[in-house]
Ligand binder design. Sequence first.
Ligand SMILES: NC(=O)c1ccc[n+]([C@@H]2O[C@H](COP(=O)([O-])OP(=O)(O)OC[C@H]3O[C@@H](n4cnc5c(N)ncnc54)[C@H](O)[C@@H]3O)[C@@H](O)[C@H]2O)c1
Length: 383
Amino acid sequence: MRTIKFGIIGIGLMGREFASAAMRWPHLADMDVKPEIIAICGSPMTPEEAAWYRDGLGTITQVTEDYKELLANPEVEAVYCAVPHFLHERFYIDIIEAGKHFLGEKPFGIDLAANAAINEAIKQNPDVFVRCSSEFPFAPAMQRLCDMIEADEFGRIIEVEAGFLHSSDMDVNKNINWKRIIKANGEYGCMGDLGIHICHVPFRAGWMPKSVRAVLSNLVPERPDGKGGMAVCETWDNAVLLCESEDAGGNSFPLTLKTQRMAPGEKNTWYLTIKGMKGSAKFTTKNINSLEFMRYNGGEQAWCREDMGHETTFKSITGGIFETGFSDTILQMWAAFMYELVHGKPKKKFAGCVTPEEARGSHALFTAALNSYKKGSVEKVTV
Ligand SMILES: NC(=O)c1ccc[n+]([C@@H]2O[C@H](COP(=O)([O-])OP(=O)(O)OC[C@H]3O[C@@H](n4cnc5c(N)ncnc54)[C@H](O)[C@@H]3O)[C@@H](O)[C@H]2O)c1
């Protein structure tokens, strides 16, 4: 069992998810590598936050509010960084230049220029393994759908729709936070926050958009500032992108991508539907354990539904019939990162975290989408 010593920069919502995944690493039955988190950095950091990590992990030897101190720690081999978007460029470049292997959070730079600067640092440091986080494709039913893509079970593609829908912002009295402010979250708004998640599988399948027509909505232009007043809420709440993509045979098809923070009735719904000439399939986290599919190839078309349990890509000690949830997909994503780090390639084509090239593709798409909505035009997507 190889141990990789990790530092976490950003100890909020997502930092805790990684720490929790590391704490239950023994859940994974077949891994030949494990993370050991030895350093944490948050700014500001309360004693309670630090204690949660220290007490839970029992392996922390460095606690700091200065990420450069963590990067100077020679014991730290790899870093997980989950900080607000405006910090991505500076932090990610410094992590890469410090020679630490690295899983970063989306959108991997607040905008196209920041993403380009991060990619340049990756180019200059080819020995550093870098990936971007995206956990939903690791649900077992979704991995089964990915196997269908790999086995060309859809034939010529008719259309594909992917989306990530929330309703948490439907409460217009919810206080503003950094994710609703352009300076901290970026001009992409909901696309930067939710978009890489839905690009991951279509891009890995080779369905990079050639063009896009976007409709963007800012439905709640101000929100309570938490201090008794109101603050301008500048970011796009919802985005619908109608893209033109090509399948493996070079045939054009419509790819619809939706990222919405104002989606009534949706809690945290990530979905993908593929319709093809030989077969179709759909997956949604609303029914995270089920895959719906049809195989027809000219014959009758009738939806089948297969329930799946813990038939995970990275074997788990949980019984195969027991259902999967969000934190299981996080654990699987971390297994995928660790596997690819030590084996040099993903276990399966679709069992890898988002690559820097795929993240760059998402920036090209979201930048074209912003231009499309501004001009009311169809924009070419150039990667
Ligand atoms: N993969 C997912 O499903 C998912 C979900 C939510 C958020 N995210 C991404 O994770 C990242 C962080 O989001 P979050 O929801 O965890 O945010 P959060 O607000 O909960 O946490 C952000 C953390 O950043 C740290 N921080 C801020 N400034 C810092 C500095 N100068 N030095 C060191 N640490 C600093 C703070 O300690 C804070 O704990 C974002 O990129 C976001 O898009 C990913």
